[in-house]
Write a protein that binds this ligand. Structure first.
Ligand code: ADP
Ligand code: ADP
Length: 229
């Protein structure tokens, strides 16, 4: 078994008399220490997949297992614990608190964890030790995203979920973020799952999963992660 397993997962939405299958019988597996990219056009089911994996939505049918947790069977209270303990989130627009410093933004998440990484160590892991006392308004987009990765790392979760983390960045900063996310997988053993519509990100993945119309279209392993340097 891999760290993450989706088995025949379907998520339906009712729209009047119609039923939309945002995910349609999806089976896939994702390993620890791997950087996985879920690629698909708008409407292909990426957000639905990320929401299910992140404990923010329920399957209509099928099973999702993450580590020892049977995520698809958790009740609301257990889902909250799962989100808090097992998942670090990285968003397109960083979601940092504007009146807290970089250090404080990162340190907040250490309080959610049973086995946190020190905030200073997390900032060092993303190369931002020297910016610890800066406020978000004093930092560039690339730096803000690095702070948000440090915040996710600080919790020391098994799984990092990244929703279009490079979409608001220029390509240089985007590359740096991808290198850092790869290091979260390789150096820290995290399972990193990134969803995007941007095909340019695909070559950085250990495993590329293409979604279309709610279905897995293709799974490609071991594209060359070092080729981006
Ligand atoms: P490993 O953990 O060693 O990568 P997996 O059990 O995850 O092995 O996958 C074994 C093989 O099956 C891999 O080549 C992978 O790409 C492929 N695979 C995994 N899930 C799917 C799927 N849903 N559809 C098609 N191929 C898959
Ligand atoms: P993506 O993130 O790839 O753009 P989504 O997962 O957001 O795709 O959506 C997949 C499909 O499910 C789309 O057809 C979308 O319109 C539909 N969908 C998503 N969320 C809802 C919802 N809350 N109610 C109805 N339909 C939805």
């Amino acid at each position: 078994m891999s760290f993450i397993n989706f088995s025949h997962v379907t998520r339906e939405y009712k729209s009047g008399v119609n039923v939309i299958k945002a995910l349609d019988n999806v089976s896939l597996s994702i390993d620890s220490g791997h950087f996985t990219v879920i690629l698909g056009p708008s409407g292909s089911g990426k957000s639905t997949l990320l929401n299910l994996l992140g404990g923010m939505d329920y399957v209509s049918s099928g099973e999702i297992q993450v580590g020892k947790r049977q995520v698809s069977s958790l009740n609301e209270k257990e889902m909250t614990i799962y989100r808090r303990e097992d998942i670090g989130f990285v968003f397109q627009f960083y979601n940092l608190i504007p009146n807290l410093t970089a250090f404080e933004n990162v340190d907040i998440s250490s309080k959610l964890s049973k086995s946190p990484i020190q905030a200073n160590d997390a900032l060092q892991a993303v190369g931002l030790s020297s910016r610890a006392n800066n406020l978000p308004a004093q930092m560039s987009g690339g730096e803000l995203q690095r702070v948000s990765i440090a915040r996710a790392l600080c919790k020391n979760p098994k799984l990092l979920l990244c929703d279009e983390p490079t979409a608001a960045l220029d390509s240089q900063n985007g590359k740096m973020i991808l290198i850092i996310l790869q290091s979260m997988a390789k150096k820290y053993g995290k399972s990193v799952v990134l969803v995007t519509h941007n095909a340019a990100i695909a070559p950085t993945a250990d495993r590329l999963i293409r979604l279309k119309d709610g279905k897995v279209q293709e799974i490609v392993d071991n594209t060359n992660p070092l080729s981006m340097e």
